[in-house]
Design a protein around this ligand. Structure first.
Ligand code: C2E
Ligand code: CA
Ligand code: CA
Length: 288
């Protein structure tokens, strides 16, 4: 019965209309997740979580216009654990609210004196937390970080389920000067209607569209069409995961106003960002 139960949960996690045959690896995966979950609970207090900052640059001129804050977990025995692994665990267990607060506070205090925007990812549980705006404003005040320099990145999954409520949260954030951008665009179901309705400050074209632009003419056409759509709606487009000069050339010709990716700079520590701000020719993208 227990094994059947494990298989049922695995099937459910794959979405609707699925089935799954029990195998011992399912138990292993569950055990690993549970361990991760309990380790994560103590990780913030133990100082194992830190924030890395990845530059966002303007295509024209390569100037840094912002950084995205990305959570990092350095586990005492397992070493660095990818956010793709621990963020979903934090989301399922509810730890994401505390983790998100920590990242925001840490990022705002480290980025306070930088002359550009700070983008922070917002998970659904945080987005739907009634105290969100209150908590955020309090953190900003404590860190003396101006709301106009903060941008939240949300994904379209939030908008679909309760568009009216989502619109209210977004409007509330923007009323206080905080920017809101749409992350991972193209991976879900956001329609042109949503783009118009929510008036995002930026739309981030997902890496999965950017990566194949050099190898597939169809992918390049899709990227082009999305950028054209953004321009028609007067929403600036950012291309994520720009890894090579070739990517950068195609996407900037297509009209992407902003770029982010290893070509322009990997996620770095605050000290590294500080150091590059002090170098002559500062604010120019590291590899551009
Ligand atoms: P994301 O928001 O789409 O963040 C961009 C991811 O792409 C980051 O992965 C970044 O390191 C990676 N990346 C940037 N440039 C390149 C590139 O040129 N090539 C490739 N291959 N990858 C690139 P990371 O740091 O592993 O984060 C993964 C995801 O975890 C993020 O995706 C975001 O959804 C989530 N995440 C990270 N930190 C936080 C956080 O503080 N709060 C929340 N809610 N989610 C977070
Ligand atoms: Ca993001
Ligand atoms: Ca993204």
């Amino acid at each position: 019965m227990r094994r059947a139960d494990v298989a049922m949960y695995a099937a459910k996690s794959r979405g609707r209309d699925n089935w799954c045959l029990y195998s011992p690896t399912l138990d292993d995966r569950r055990r690993e997740r549970r361990e991760l979950e309990s380790d994560l609970r103590g990780a913030i207090a133990a100082g194992e979580i830190s924030v890395a900052f990845q530059p966002i640059v303007r295509s024209r001129g390569g100037q840094i216009t912002g950084v995205e804050a990305l959570a990092r977990w350095s586990h005492p025995t397992r070493g660095a654990i990818s956010p793709d692994l621990f963020i979903p665990v934090a989301e399922d267990s509810g730890a994401i609210v505390e983790l998100g607060r920590f990242v925001l506070r840490e990022a705002c205090s480290q980025a306070r004196d930088w002359p550009f925007l700070l983008s922070v990812n917002l998970s659904p549980a945080q987005f739907w937390d009634r105290m969100l705006v209150h908590d955020v404003l309090q953190t900003l005040a404590e860190c003396r970080f101006p709301p106009e320099r903060l941008e939240f990145e949300i994904t379209e999954t939030y908008l679909l389920r309760r568009p009216d409520a989502a619109e209210e949260v977004i409007r509330d954030l923007r009323r206080h000067g905080i920017k809101v951008s749409l992350d991972d665009f193209g991976t879900g179901y956001a329609s042109v209607g949503y783009l118009r309705r929510f008036e995002f400050d930026k739309v981030k074209l997902d890496r999965s569209f950017v990566e194949p632009v050099v190898s597939s003419p169809e992918a390049a056409d899709v990227a082009l069409a999305v950028v054209a759509l953004g321009s028609a709606l007067k929403i600036p487009i950012l291309a994520e995961g720009v890894e090579t000069e070739h990517h950068a050339a195609i996407l900037s010709t297509a009209g992407c106003e902003f770029m982010q990716g290893w070509f322009y700079g990997k996620p770095q520590t605050a000290a590294e960002i500080d150091a590059s701000l002090r170098r002559p020719g500062r604010l120019a993208a590291p590899n551009a």
